[in-house]
Design a binder for this molecule. Sequence first.
Ligand code: FAD
Length: 282
Amino acid sequence: MIPPIANRFVAGESPAQALDHVRQLNGRNVRAIVNLLGEHYDERPPVRSDAAEYRALAGDIANSNLEAAISIKPSQLGLDLGEDVFREELEDVVAAAADHGVFVWIDMEDHTTTDVTLNAFEDLAREYGSDDEYRVGVCVQANLKRTRADVERLADVPGKVRFVKGAYDEPDKISYSSSARVNHEYEALLEYAFEHYDRGIAVGSHDPAMIERAIELHEEHGTEFEIQMLMGVRDDAQYELAAEYPVYQYIPYGDRWKSYMYRRLTERKENVWFALRAILGR
Ligand code: FAD
């Protein structure tokens, strides 16, 4: 069982617990993006098992009439075993989800996976999406120097694009390391997207300055967008923003929650205090 300290960031170990959380969120006007925790598998059985769970989850989401998408890491679907394994498993999940009308996000991992991930996204978006209905989305990272060109390339692909600052430590040669520079790039990417994309922009950030800039750009260009934040991070802001804009909460679940929780707790000193208070029962 997940201890109370992890409850803030992870919805539970089972799909049923994750969907219970989605139901509560939907009741507060916030939509969901559900992620089964798992990455970097070096053998096929966990890849098959997670892919099967995602297909079943898409069915459960549709049958329960919930407002929820799913989000998958490429290395969870076998990218470390080969591009062909990843593509085969991803296509099966996207096909099953499309049958149920459930949207699939592809998370972005480190720079060694960017080309393979974008290529798979583009092919699936063209196969399953149309100008009327997008079925697949991908994440792009403002800390990578290549991303401006990627964002231009994706402008006419019928899928959504999630803009994030980037969570991976990348080599200096190919990335921006100062947070000021990453923020500058993030804003520049949003400016390009709001001007050139018809729709499908997802602002994956907790940063009030980036969200404010996106709202300004939306008002200037009229382009539709959505805001995405992680479960347990600025929850109150999520509820407030949801009164005016589409807001999605990214909800991890599953029995591999320990390393995820550790990452969340250590990325901000306030979260370490939160953990200590929870342990001390205050
Ligand atoms: P930061 O630069 O971390 O923080 C800026 C400001 O935001 C802070 O000064 C503060 O005002 C506010 N803030 C941030 N965190 C908190 C907090 N805990 N409590 C209160 N205020 C806070 N990265 C990837 O590389 N690949 C992915 O596929 C990916 N998917 C993501 C999906 C979603 C929905 C989200 C939200 C993030 C995802 N990320 C992904 C992570 C992302 O790259 C960043 O590492 C992460 O979001 C932190 O950057 P930030 O924009 O939130 O702001």
